[in-house]
Design a protein around this ligand. Structure first.
Ligand SMILES: [Zn+2]
Length: 285
């Protein structure tokens, strides 16, 4: 089967192709769950194979993404321990992201999305799970972003020049500028925030993440992810803030900044330039 066959098949059966993309995404999500569980603890993600918290190995048919959890109704077969709802949620989110990438992105950019989006899910998952974001996938985001910029210049919209090498060079500059702007912006906000709030406002993980999103999306993407991410963060923290105000308690929640940045980064990756255009049209009218 060649690539052309694959494209032909996708053209003839779009529903089946999207379903395949979703199934692939769910499997990637299943692997991400292992990473989210093990990476922050510094454990190997390869060995040992899937096992329950009680030590029993998990048979492959209970490891099938989404269905395994649904079939077990969130309880381990061996010892009855609850399996976190995080597992099916990560699988579902990754599956939907892959379907979206398949359906809405040009093929070359969709290939980059297969690395970019899972890394975002992984980082967000680690942050939500135990507030501990490992460095390796975060730096991988920066590295692969710069690499994909050179391999797929159209990812950063660099298709204008007739000489391909020029497009690649321009995309590389865009990507590096994205890293620089992402890093600098968050560093300033962190410094100001720390002075104003009197405690560390953001972690180093936020800086590297913003740099990574800049590497994939360019400097506009880095700026967007920061402001878009702040909006997402405030909106998600608002309900618990209001509840604590009503109860007259001190607000002790933290804004989940890594997931918020990741959501904004993904939004820009899919529809960034169109969003800016829509905004300009709306503001101008
Ligand atoms: Zn068990």
């Amino acid at each position: 089967m060649t690539f052309a066959d694959l494209r032909n098949f996708a053209h003839l059966h779009p529903g089946l192709a999207a379903l395949s993309a979703g199934a692939f995404g769910a499997c990637v999500g299943s692997f991400l769950n292992v990473c989210i569980h093990r990476l922050p603890k510094g454990e190997s993600i390869v060995k040992p194979g899937s096992h329950c918290a009680c030590g029993q190995p998990i048979p492959f048919w209970l490891n099938i993404p989404l269905f395994g959890w649904l079939f077990l109704r969130g309880r381990a077969k061996c010892c009855g321990a609850t399996i976190s709802v995080r597992y099916p949620l990560v699988e579902l989110a990754t599956a939907l992201l892959f379907v979206a990438a398949w359906s809405f992105l040009p093929p070359a950019k969709a290939v980059a999305a297969c690395v970019f989006l899972p890394l975002l899910v992984l980082l967000a998952g680690c942050d939500l799970d135990d507030m501990m974001v490992p460095d390796a996938p975060n730096f991988a985001l920066v590295g692969t972003g710069i690499l994909f910029a050179m391999l797929i210049p159209s990812m950063l919209g660099e298709t204008g020049h007739s000489i391909e090498a020029v497009n690649r060079f321009r995309a590389l500059i865009d990507s590096l500028l994205g890293v620089a702007v992402g890093t600098a912006l968050i560093w300033w906000i962190r410094t100001l925030g720390t002075i104003l709030a009197g405690r560390e406002a953001m972690g180093e993980a936020d800086i590297i993440l913003c740099a990574g999103i800049g590497a994939y999306c360019g400097w506009q993407g880095a700026v967007f992810c920061l402001f878009g991410g702040s909006v997402v963060g405030v909106v998600t923290a608002l309900p618990s803030w209001i509840i604590s105000k009503i109860k007259g308690e001190e607000y002790e929640g933290v804004v989940p900044f890594v997931p918020s940045l990741a959501i904004a980064g993904a939004v820009w990756f899919f529809r960034g330039p169109e969003l800016v255009l829509a905004w300009r049209t709306w503001a101008g009218s």
